[in-house]
Design a protein around this ligand. Structure first.
Ligand SMILES: NC(=O)c1ccc[n+]([C@@H]2O[C@H](COP(=O)([O-])OP(=O)(O)OC[C@H]3O[C@@H](n4cnc5c(N)ncnc54)[C@H](OP(=O)(O)O)[C@@H]3O)[C@@H](O)[C@H]2O)c1
Length: 285
């Protein structure tokens, strides 16, 4: 089986490296830059194609690893070739888009989304060791034979794809945003960025380890789970006014993870939800 890629970016090259290491044959990459494209040196023996039909013609499985918004454009370009691609397998690697548009080319379509962030082409393939792949059209993926070496995967129903991608984006992107939010408070203490990051890192990694070992609910510590109303009040007073809604939104979500007695729960809920609380308690924003 040969695998070709349309799109030689971070994911296209990383998946190419992974499949190559697993013993699959990489037929080539299509690139609009032609020979000017510089592939990772571990792929230096792989051919580069400037004509889509040639790359597709010599490949059994074709990965369309272009940005999400370009997938439909590539499909249209392939459609205009007027070639019968129905025997080929096509996949894309978008976690957000369904495979619907790929069906214009063939019924043998699936998507394979690595639950991993790729800021660059992977330098060490061991990064893939524990990675899970979310797969749409799981039966076609298995039929393609690509599952023979990839063992960590699960199926996603097309209609739930946006929910799946929202979950992944919240975990990956918003975790970064939440850490930045916390760090912004440390910066106001006069720490420089490097010092602040060093100071918080053990807290971050220890929290992640706790989640990994105990699960989210049992890993939760701090004033909301303890029911320390006064501490929350102090936080609300300390934060700048523009950050209070975000603190409250995160606090409300955190509160519903806890199991407080009714009275404590009500107090915390009021503090985290009601704007009127600010007026009643003279919080000076
Ligand atoms: N990066 C991540 O963390 C990550 C994680 C999981 C899944 N994904 C998914 O993986 C896919 C690719 O993302 P990426 O991060 O690898 O993107 P990327 O690094 O920007 O690479 C995209 C590649 O597609 C090529 N391309 C763009 N438009 C094209 C077109 N119309 N025809 C042919 N080639 C075209 C680009 O070439 P040019 O140089 O010619 O523009 C580039 O080589 C997306 O669906 C994304 O959602 C990404």
């Amino acid at each position: 089986m040969t695998i070709g890629f349309i799109g030689a970016g971070k994911v296209g090259q990383s998946l190419g490296l992974l499949f190559k290491e697993q013993g699959y044959s990489i037929s080539g990459y299509y690139s609009r830059h032609g020979k000017a494209l510089v592939l990772d040196q571990r792929l230096s023996q792989v051919d580069i194609y400037t004509e889509l039909d040639k790359l597709v013609g010599i490949s059994d499985v074709i990965g369309i690893t272009v940005p999400d918004d370009q997938i439909d454009r590539v499909v249209s370009e392939l459609e205009t070739q007027g070639i019968d691609f129905s025997e080929k397998f096509f996949f894309h690697s978008s976690g957000a888009h369904t495979v619907e548009s790929l069906k214009k080319l063939s019924n043998r379509v699936f998507s394979i989304h690595p639950l991993m962030a790729f800021p660059n082409v992977v330098s060490d393939l061991r990064s893939f060791d524990n990675i899970y792949f979310g797969i749409e059209n799981l039966d076609v993926f298995i039929e393609s034979g690509l599952n023979l070496k990839i063992t960590n995967y699960f199926g996603i129903q097309s209609e739930l794809k946006s929910k799946y991608h929202a979950g992944a984006a919240i975990i990956s992107n918003y975790l970064v945003a939440v850490i930045d939010f916390g760090l912004s408070q440390f910066m106001e203490l006069g720490l420089d960025a490097d010092e602040a990051q060093k100071a918080i890192w053990p807290l971050v990694s220890n929290t992640l380890d706790n989640i990994n070992i105990l699960g989210t609910k049992k890993a939760l510590t701090g004033p909301i789970v303890r029911g320390d109303v006064g501490t929350i009040e102090a936080h609300l007073n300390a934060l700048s006014k523009d950050l209070v809604p975000l603190y409250r939104a995160l606090g409300q979500y955190t509160l519903q993870m806890t199991n407080h007695q009714k009275l404590v729960h009500k107090k915390l809920e009021k503090l985290l939800e009601e704007d009127d609380y600010d007026k009643d308690h003279n919080i000076n924003f």
